[in-house]
Design a protein around this ligand. Structure first.
Ligand SMILES: [Mg+2]
Length: 232
């Protein structure tokens, strides 16, 4: 009888051990990163639900408010010495069509083919900001990681695309020279330095990557969301 009780006790203890330590605590033997298929669906939902554009709009509204306060007491001739810097991809122009076509993939050949088509749509809140800036007689510049594809600027697909999208009368588009080895931050900072060396004061710099915005030479920076890619 005593032996039977001991066996019974051991069975209960073992069952409790299994329930408490094996079933409720699955063993973690690896770290599972976010699943790409699920992430792609989440990103598509972010875009297609309209949240992406709403988030862009929120940033642009703050930027407009900042510009209004920064310039409201300035006479016209002083505003003409001020400048606003815009990035191009995912700031002024949207490459969503390209991203969807290649399922969020990228390679140089398909990218150049897409750029040459010059059909990227404007990011509407940014275009609205651009028009607002121009209405105040503030100068505008674009600084892009794209390279110039045509020696004749008027025939360059990026210039054609910007005009087609509704942008107008900028002072200069800075293209990244293809043969120069420097980081995005170094390149874009040098461009802003160049703008200020010409006597302009950059009051605002807007882009979708932190590398568009680091490095100084702007009184304020505004970061747009970009769920698609990261440029260090
Ligand atoms: Mg960009």
């Amino acid at each position: 009888m005593k032996k039977f009780l001991i066996v019974k006790f051991l069975i209960i203890a073992l069952s409790l051990y299994i329930i408490l330590f094996k079933l409720t605590k699955p063993e973690t033997i690896f770290y599972e990163p976010p699943n790409l298929g699920i992430l792609k669906n989440n990103i598509k939902f972010y875009i297609e639900s309209g949240q992406y554009e709403q988030d862009i709009q929120k940033v642009v509204d703050k930027a407009k408010n900042y510009i209004y306060n920064r310039t409201k007491d300035l006479p016209n001739q002083e505003r003409e010495k001020l400048a606003v810097v815009f990035d191009i991809d995912e700031t002024a122009l949207s490459n969503l069509e390209y991203e969807y076509k290649y399922d969020f993939g990228y390679n140089y050949e398909t990218w150049i083919e897409w750029v040459k088509e010059a059909k990227a749509k404007p990011i509407k809140p940014t275009l609205e900001l651009y028009k607002y800036v121009k209405s105040l007689n503030i100068k505008t510049f674009f600084i892009t990681g794209r390279t110039q594809l045509n020696e004749n600027l008027n025939e360059d697909p990026t210039i054609i695309n910007l005009k087609r999208a509704g942008y107008y009368l900028w002072e200069k588009v800075y293209f990244k020279p293809s043969n120069v080895k420097m980081t995005t931050v170094e390149y874009k900072t040098n461009c802003r330095k160049d703008i200020e060396s010409k006597g302009y004061k950059i009051i605002l710099n807007i882009g979708d990557q932190y590398s568009d915005l680091e490095g100084g030479y702007s009184q304020a920076v505004f970061k747009l969301p970009n769920p698609l890619y990261y440029i260090p």
